[in-house]
Ligand binder design. Structure first.
Ligand code: SAM
Length: 280
Protein backbone atom coordinates (compact mmCIF):
# COMPACT_ATOMS: atom_id res chain seq x y z
CA UNK A 1 0.00 0.00 0.00
CA UNK A 2 1.39 3.39 -0.98
CA UNK A 3 0.75 6.20 1.41
CA UNK A 4 -0.67 9.37 -0.10
CA UNK A 5 0.52 12.74 1.11
CA UNK A 6 -1.60 15.25 3.08
CA UNK A 7 -4.33 12.78 4.09
CA UNK A 8 -6.10 12.41 7.43
CA UNK A 9 -6.81 8.72 7.96
CA UNK A 10 -9.63 8.01 10.44
CA UNK A 11 -8.73 4.58 11.76
CA UNK A 12 -11.05 2.22 13.65
CA UNK A 13 -9.30 0.09 16.28
CA UNK A 14 -10.46 -3.06 18.16
CA UNK A 15 -13.05 -2.88 20.97
CA UNK A 16 -11.33 -5.58 22.99
CA UNK A 17 -9.80 -8.22 20.74
CA UNK A 18 -6.57 -7.22 19.01
CA UNK A 19 -7.31 -9.78 16.31
CA UNK A 20 -9.96 -7.38 15.03
CA UNK A 21 -7.37 -4.83 13.89
CA UNK A 22 -7.57 -4.70 10.08
CA UNK A 23 -4.59 -5.24 7.81
CA UNK A 24 -5.23 -1.87 6.24
CA UNK A 25 -5.21 -0.13 9.63
CA UNK A 26 -1.86 -1.74 10.49
CA UNK A 27 -0.39 -0.73 7.12
CA UNK A 28 -1.51 2.90 7.44
CA UNK A 29 -0.33 3.21 11.04
CA UNK A 30 3.09 1.96 9.93
CA UNK A 31 3.34 4.44 7.10
CA UNK A 32 2.16 7.74 8.54
CA UNK A 33 4.70 9.94 10.34
CA UNK A 34 2.08 11.14 12.83
CA UNK A 35 -0.68 9.43 14.81
CA UNK A 36 -3.18 11.62 16.62
CA UNK A 37 -4.83 9.76 19.49
CA UNK A 38 -7.71 10.48 21.84
CA UNK A 39 -5.44 9.37 24.67
CA UNK A 40 -1.83 8.80 23.73
CA UNK A 41 -1.14 6.74 26.89
CA UNK A 42 -4.15 4.50 26.16
CA UNK A 43 -3.20 3.92 22.51
CA UNK A 44 0.54 3.47 23.11
CA UNK A 45 0.34 -0.28 23.98
CA UNK A 46 -1.82 -0.97 20.90
CA UNK A 47 0.60 0.88 18.65
CA UNK A 48 3.57 -0.86 20.28
CA UNK A 49 1.87 -4.24 19.78
CA UNK A 50 1.66 -3.59 16.05
CA UNK A 51 5.17 -2.09 15.89
CA UNK A 52 4.09 1.42 14.86
CA UNK A 53 6.83 3.98 15.36
CA UNK A 54 5.00 7.17 14.34
CA UNK A 55 5.15 10.19 16.62
CA UNK A 56 2.04 10.75 18.70
CA UNK A 57 -0.04 13.82 19.31
CA UNK A 58 -3.10 14.20 21.51
CA UNK A 59 -6.49 15.01 19.98
CA UNK A 60 -9.24 14.65 22.55
CA UNK A 61 -12.62 16.16 23.31
CA UNK A 62 -11.10 19.12 25.16
CA UNK A 63 -8.43 20.14 22.63
CA UNK A 64 -10.05 19.02 19.37
CA UNK A 65 -9.95 22.51 17.78
CA UNK A 66 -6.31 23.16 18.73
CA UNK A 67 -5.34 19.63 17.70
CA UNK A 68 -7.09 20.18 14.37
CA UNK A 69 -4.84 23.21 13.75
CA UNK A 70 -1.71 21.17 14.54
CA UNK A 71 -2.88 18.39 12.24
CA UNK A 72 -3.76 20.82 9.43
CA UNK A 73 -0.26 22.35 9.73
CA UNK A 74 1.22 18.89 9.15
CA UNK A 75 -1.10 18.19 6.23
CA UNK A 76 -0.09 21.56 4.75
CA UNK A 77 3.50 20.35 5.01
CA UNK A 78 2.64 17.31 2.87
CA UNK A 79 2.61 14.85 5.76
CA UNK A 80 -0.25 12.44 6.49
CA UNK A 81 -1.78 11.87 9.89
CA UNK A 82 -3.82 8.95 11.27
CA UNK A 83 -6.40 9.52 13.98
CA UNK A 84 -7.43 6.81 16.47
CA UNK A 85 -9.82 6.99 19.41
CA UNK A 86 -9.44 4.81 22.51
CA UNK A 87 -11.39 1.94 20.95
CA UNK A 88 -13.69 1.32 18.03
CA UNK A 89 -14.68 3.80 15.37
CA UNK A 90 -13.73 7.46 15.93
CA UNK A 91 -16.60 9.97 16.03
CA UNK A 92 -19.09 7.33 17.20
CA UNK A 93 -19.67 8.49 20.81
CA UNK A 94 -15.99 9.44 20.61
CA UNK A 95 -13.99 12.50 19.51
CA UNK A 96 -13.22 12.92 15.82
CA UNK A 97 -16.22 14.64 14.22
CA UNK A 98 -15.00 18.22 14.80
CA UNK A 99 -11.49 17.28 13.73
CA UNK A 100 -12.78 15.75 10.50
CA UNK A 101 -15.01 18.78 9.82
CA UNK A 102 -12.07 21.18 10.25
CA UNK A 103 -9.75 19.11 8.08
CA UNK A 104 -12.34 18.75 5.32
CA UNK A 105 -13.17 22.45 5.35
CA UNK A 106 -9.45 23.21 5.10
CA UNK A 107 -9.58 21.27 1.81
CA UNK A 108 -7.72 18.11 2.78
CA UNK A 109 -8.74 14.55 2.04
CA UNK A 110 -10.14 12.43 4.88
CA UNK A 111 -9.95 8.67 4.37
CA UNK A 112 -11.95 6.39 6.70
CA UNK A 113 -10.60 2.95 7.59
CA UNK A 114 -13.56 0.81 8.71
CA UNK A 115 -13.29 -1.62 11.60
CA UNK A 116 -14.83 -2.44 14.96
CA UNK A 117 -17.80 -0.48 16.27
CA UNK A 118 -19.58 -1.72 19.41
CA UNK A 119 -23.06 -0.69 18.21
CA UNK A 120 -22.84 -2.50 14.88
CA UNK A 121 -21.14 -5.52 16.44
CA UNK A 122 -23.95 -5.81 19.00
CA UNK A 123 -26.65 -5.35 16.36
CA UNK A 124 -25.21 -8.11 14.22
CA UNK A 125 -25.66 -10.67 17.01
CA UNK A 126 -28.77 -9.23 18.68
CA UNK A 127 -31.34 -11.20 16.75
CA UNK A 128 -33.51 -8.09 16.55
CA UNK A 129 -35.44 -8.22 13.31
CA UNK A 130 -36.51 -4.58 13.08
CA UNK A 131 -35.63 -3.17 9.69
CA UNK A 132 -34.41 0.16 11.08
CA UNK A 133 -32.46 1.17 14.15
CA UNK A 134 -31.66 4.44 15.83
CA UNK A 135 -28.20 4.79 17.33
CA UNK A 136 -28.53 6.96 20.44
CA UNK A 137 -25.18 6.46 22.18
CA UNK A 138 -25.03 7.50 25.84
CA UNK A 139 -28.22 8.66 27.56
CA UNK A 140 -27.94 11.65 29.91
CA UNK A 141 -26.72 10.64 33.38
CA UNK A 142 -29.27 12.68 35.33
CA UNK A 143 -32.60 10.88 35.90
CA UNK A 144 -34.88 13.71 34.73
CA UNK A 145 -32.91 14.38 31.53
CA UNK A 146 -32.64 10.65 30.89
CA UNK A 147 -36.39 10.21 31.23
CA UNK A 148 -37.05 13.17 28.90
CA UNK A 149 -34.60 11.79 26.36
CA UNK A 150 -36.28 8.40 26.47
CA UNK A 151 -39.75 9.88 26.06
CA UNK A 152 -38.57 11.54 22.83
CA UNK A 153 -37.60 8.23 21.26
CA UNK A 154 -40.08 5.87 22.94
CA UNK A 155 -42.70 5.93 20.22
CA UNK A 156 -40.34 5.77 17.22
CA UNK A 157 -40.80 2.65 15.10
CA UNK A 158 -37.11 1.72 15.30
CA UNK A 159 -34.91 -0.50 17.43
CA UNK A 160 -32.97 1.74 19.82
CA UNK A 161 -29.24 1.33 20.46
CA UNK A 162 -27.59 2.78 23.56
CA UNK A 163 -24.11 2.72 25.06
CA UNK A 164 -23.80 2.38 28.81
CA UNK A 165 -21.13 2.16 31.47
CA UNK A 166 -21.25 -0.52 34.20
CA UNK A 167 -21.84 1.88 37.10
CA UNK A 168 -25.08 3.10 35.52
CA UNK A 169 -26.39 -0.12 34.00
CA UNK A 170 -28.96 -0.93 36.71
CA UNK A 171 -30.54 2.52 36.80
CA UNK A 172 -30.56 2.72 33.01
CA UNK A 173 -32.39 -0.58 32.47
CA UNK A 174 -34.88 0.47 35.18
CA UNK A 175 -35.48 3.77 33.32
CA UNK A 176 -35.83 1.94 29.98
CA UNK A 177 -38.48 -0.37 31.46
CA UNK A 178 -40.27 2.52 33.10
CA UNK A 179 -40.50 4.75 30.04
CA UNK A 180 -40.58 2.25 27.17
CA UNK A 181 -42.75 -0.31 28.97
CA UNK A 182 -41.77 -3.74 30.30
CA UNK A 183 -42.88 -5.72 27.25
CA UNK A 184 -40.30 -4.61 24.71
CA UNK A 185 -37.33 -6.92 24.21
CA UNK A 186 -33.98 -5.76 25.56
CA UNK A 187 -30.69 -7.21 24.35
CA UNK A 188 -27.74 -6.60 26.65
CA UNK A 189 -24.46 -7.06 24.78
CA UNK A 190 -21.60 -6.98 27.27
CA UNK A 191 -17.82 -7.19 26.85
CA UNK A 192 -18.09 -7.86 23.13
CA UNK A 193 -15.08 -9.58 21.59
CA UNK A 194 -13.59 -10.13 25.08
CA UNK A 195 -13.32 -13.20 27.35
CA UNK A 196 -16.55 -12.55 29.25
CA UNK A 197 -18.64 -11.62 26.23
CA UNK A 198 -22.34 -12.09 27.09
CA UNK A 199 -25.38 -11.42 24.94
CA UNK A 200 -28.65 -11.79 26.82
CA UNK A 201 -32.20 -11.03 25.62
CA UNK A 202 -35.27 -10.67 27.84
CA UNK A 203 -38.35 -8.48 28.20
CA UNK A 204 -37.38 -5.09 29.63
CA UNK A 205 -39.39 -5.85 32.78
CA UNK A 206 -37.01 -8.73 33.63
CA UNK A 207 -33.69 -7.01 32.90
CA UNK A 208 -33.08 -5.39 36.29
CA UNK A 209 -33.62 -8.68 38.16
CA UNK A 210 -31.43 -10.59 35.71
CA UNK A 211 -28.57 -8.15 36.22
CA UNK A 212 -29.06 -8.08 40.01
CA UNK A 213 -28.92 -11.87 40.37
CA UNK A 214 -25.17 -11.90 39.76
CA UNK A 215 -22.86 -8.89 40.24
CA UNK A 216 -20.62 -10.16 37.42
CA UNK A 217 -23.46 -9.53 34.97
CA UNK A 218 -23.14 -5.79 35.67
CA UNK A 219 -19.42 -5.63 34.91
CA UNK A 220 -17.75 -4.32 31.77
CA UNK A 221 -18.94 -2.33 28.80
CA UNK A 222 -22.49 -2.55 27.51
CA UNK A 223 -24.49 -2.00 24.38
CA UNK A 224 -28.22 -2.00 25.12
CA UNK A 225 -30.61 -2.66 22.26
CA UNK A 226 -34.37 -2.31 22.58
CA UNK A 227 -36.70 -3.80 19.99
CA UNK A 228 -39.06 -1.41 18.20
CA UNK A 229 -42.50 -1.05 19.78
CA UNK A 230 -45.22 -3.32 18.38
CA UNK A 231 -47.35 -1.47 15.84
CA UNK A 232 -50.28 -0.22 17.92
CA UNK A 233 -53.73 -1.30 16.87
CA UNK A 234 -55.33 2.10 16.36
CA UNK A 235 -58.95 1.38 17.14
CA UNK A 236 -59.38 4.59 19.13
CA UNK A 237 -59.97 2.64 22.35
CA UNK A 238 -56.88 4.05 24.06
CA UNK A 239 -57.94 7.61 23.29
CA UNK A 240 -61.52 6.97 24.47
CA UNK A 241 -60.37 5.52 27.82
CA UNK A 242 -57.72 8.21 28.25
CA UNK A 243 -60.30 10.97 27.80
CA UNK A 244 -62.57 9.36 30.41
CA UNK A 245 -59.75 9.11 32.91
CA UNK A 246 -58.64 12.72 32.35
CA UNK A 247 -62.26 13.84 32.70
CA UNK A 248 -62.30 12.11 36.10
CA UNK A 249 -59.41 14.40 37.08
CA UNK A 250 -56.55 11.88 37.01
CA UNK A 251 -53.06 13.37 36.50
CA UNK A 252 -51.57 12.98 33.00
CA UNK A 253 -48.98 10.37 33.93
CA UNK A 254 -51.43 8.16 35.83
CA UNK A 255 -54.13 8.48 33.16
CA UNK A 256 -51.65 7.51 30.44
CA UNK A 257 -50.40 4.54 32.46
CA UNK A 258 -53.92 3.28 33.12
CA UNK A 259 -55.08 3.80 29.54
CA UNK A 260 -52.06 1.76 28.46
CA UNK A 261 -52.80 -1.02 31.00
CA UNK A 262 -56.51 -1.17 30.16
CA UNK A 263 -56.32 -1.01 26.35
CA UNK A 264 -52.77 -2.01 25.46
CA UNK A 265 -52.26 1.28 23.57
CA UNK A 266 -48.59 2.37 23.58
CA UNK A 267 -47.76 4.03 26.92
CA UNK A 268 -45.75 6.83 25.42
CA UNK A 269 -48.38 7.59 22.78
CA UNK A 270 -50.97 7.79 25.59
CA UNK A 271 -48.71 10.15 27.53
CA UNK A 272 -48.14 12.45 24.53
CA UNK A 273 -51.85 12.43 23.73
CA UNK A 274 -52.75 13.19 27.36
CA UNK A 275 -50.40 16.19 27.32
CA UNK A 276 -52.02 17.45 24.10
CA UNK A 277 -55.53 16.95 25.48
CA UNK A 278 -54.63 18.82 28.66
CA UNK A 279 -53.28 21.75 26.63
CA UNK A 280 -56.32 22.03 24.36
N1 SAM B 1 -16.27 4.59 19.30
C1 SAM B 1 -16.64 3.41 20.01
C2 SAM B 1 -17.32 2.44 19.03
O1 SAM B 1 -17.08 2.52 17.85
O2 SAM B 1 -18.07 1.59 19.45
C3 SAM B 1 -17.45 3.70 21.22
C4 SAM B 1 -16.77 4.56 22.23
S1 SAM B 1 -17.73 4.94 23.62
C5 SAM B 1 -16.71 6.10 24.45
C6 SAM B 1 -17.50 3.56 24.68
C7 SAM B 1 -18.80 2.75 24.85
O3 SAM B 1 -18.95 1.84 23.76
C8 SAM B 1 -18.80 1.87 26.10
O4 SAM B 1 -19.21 2.57 27.25
C9 SAM B 1 -19.79 0.79 25.71
O5 SAM B 1 -21.12 1.27 25.86
C10 SAM B 1 -19.49 0.63 24.22
N2 SAM B 1 -18.47 -0.41 24.05
C11 SAM B 1 -17.19 -0.24 23.69
N3 SAM B 1 -16.56 -1.43 23.64
C12 SAM B 1 -17.47 -2.36 23.97
C13 SAM B 1 -17.45 -3.78 24.11
N4 SAM B 1 -16.32 -4.47 23.90
N5 SAM B 1 -18.59 -4.43 24.45
C14 SAM B 1 -19.73 -3.74 24.66
N6 SAM B 1 -19.82 -2.40 24.56
C15 SAM B 1 -18.70 -1.73 24.23
Amino acid sequence: MTEESSVLYVVATPIGNLGDMTQRAIAVLHQVPWIAAEDTRHSAPLLKHFGCAARLLAAHEHNEEAAAEQIIARLADGQSVAFVSDAGTPAVSDPGARLVARVRSAGYRVVPLPGACAAVTALSASGLTDAQFLFYGFLPAKPKQREDALREVAGLPYALVFYEAPHRILETVAALADVLGGERTLVMARELTKIFETIHSCPLAEAHDWLSTDGNRQRGEFVLLVAAPPAAADDGEGERVLKLLLAEGLPVKQAAKLAHSITGAAKNAMYELALDLKKS
